[in-house]
Design a protein around this ligand. Sequence first.
Ligand code: NAD
Length: 323
Amino acid sequence: NYSAVGFIGLGVMGFPMVENLYKKLPESVRICVFDVSKSAVEELSSRTNGRAEACSSSKEVAEKSVNAMSAHQDPQDVVITMVPEGSHVRSVYLTPDTGVLATDLSNKLLIDCSTIDTATSLEVADAISKQYPTASFYDAPVSGGSLGAQKATLTFMVGCAESDPKFPMLQDLLGMMGNPDAIFACGGQSLGLTAKLCNNYCSGLIAIATSEAMNIGMKSGMDPRVLAKVFHASTAQSAICDKWCPVPGICPEAPASKGYQGGFKIQLMRKDFGLAVDAAKRVGVELALGEKGLETYTAAMNDPRCKDLDSRVVYRHLGGDEH
Ligand code: NAD
């Protein structure tokens, strides 16, 4: 019998998430991985002394991931996915012959941690349950960024009810990659994604507001380090200001202090912001700042000085000083 967890998508988030599984799962549990980037697979394999086994397709990962959580009453096969957008999730699960759905998924636990639109997530869930009624598919997007993924302090927003019989197992497994006290059952299928999009709508706007406010202060002659301390002790306090400050040199570990390298790419923020604005339209919520925020992130994403960098580079796009 195999004993393995499958993981598909080894980028900024997926790579360190698997590293944490490697550290915390018993040695007897195999880890099977796939990414379209061969170099990511090779690097992970060497970083885990060969324990992360390279697979050649998503289907192969699903095939090999058997009896992962055998310590539980019901041994459970698990596949986790962490890819950028809905189109990638659809491709990972539904591509004929090479996708996850191309192999027997009976009784498997499938967890998608990508941040995507709820319609695609529901479509994938539906395709899986039609073909394999005993398989379970959960949306479980994360918050906490690359640092949270590295330090295993991620928040998970799970698309299920608190009473879901599989929730304890999900808490156990996801707790190896995140903060065990921050794994939330958001109420039902796709509501994990809804929670995530609401969060990123809010944090995206806070990043713009913090950038603009710092800009006002600095251009008026203030030291940004003093201003950041003022915010921290006052009503402008936020995780963005405390941990992910858009101004270089304030938070030593933040991407802004490392040339905006790593972190949450600007195009991913643009994607999430757009999905949140779409979700608002769908449920009839009027947004005062939605269109303006979307316009700002679209322009920043297309600004050559911001390309592929951490989303807090919106500060640079908005004309912020960098010393
Ligand atoms: P990334 O671009 O760094 O990594 C994505 C990985 O998926 C890449 O290695 C890519 O090669 C791989 N991939 C793409 N298509 C694939 C396919 N068909 N099959 C196999 N592998 C494929 O992105 P990321 O920053 O790791 O983000 C992943 C998801 O997590 C996104 O939905 C993002 O919005 C979300 N997220 C990111 C952060 C962050 O700070 N980076 C934070 C929270 C949530």
